[in-house]
Design a protein around this ligand. Structure first.
Ligand code: HEM
Length: 131
């Protein structure tokens, strides 16, 4: 039987972060954003994303940036649509379910969903402001 453990450490977070972005880069719907539209320094990006999740999941406030900001800039060069958010969430949830199970894992999926909804809402409001 395959009993999965919950997300407990920084190493667990780094593991799902790396696995998630491997899937993201290979994805036909959103991969191009991360491989061509934006030039990402992965050596910095992975630890930064891990900081973000460590702040949420391990109650350790190491992430000091504004996560919305870079998505507004992205939205101006590559308008983010529902299908991009759906794909992002699908890959995030699939990654977590493959690797972990438990309360923190569920919390990660819930927070990803609520942040994605909020982000999508803000992107739409911004679009409507311009029109
Ligand atoms: C359509 C969905 C999404 C796309 C295409 C996307 C894409 C990106 C890209 C390209 C960057 C790098 C920006 C840069 O370095 O200039 C980034 C950064 C980031 N993303 Fe997303 N993202 C999405 C959704 C989300 C969601 C739902 C979350 C949180 C749950 C999230 C969390 C972050 C964080 C924390 C950063 C680092 C921001 C910083 O501190 O500079 N993203 N995203």
């Amino acid at each position: 039987m395959d009993i999965k453990k919950d997300i407990e450490t920084r190493m667990d977070i780094e593991q799902f972060t790396v696995t998630f972005y491997e899937k993201v880069k290979a994805d036909p719907t959103i991969g191009i954003i991360f491989t061509e539209k934006v030039s990402i320094n992965w050596e910095k990006h992975i630890p930064l994303i891990a900081d973000f999740w460590e702040t949420i999941l391990l109650d350790n406030p190491v992430y000091k940036q504004n996560a919305m900001e870079s998505h507004f800039s992205l939205n101006r060069i590559f308008p983010l649509q529902k299908k991009h958010f759906d794909t992002w969430l699908y890959l995030f949830n699939t990654t977590l379910d493959e690797l972990f199970a438990g309360e923190k894992t569920n919390l990660a999926k819930q927070r990803a969903l609520s942040i994605a909804m909020l982000m999508q809402h803000k992107m739409n409001s911004e679009k409507n402001d311009i029109l």
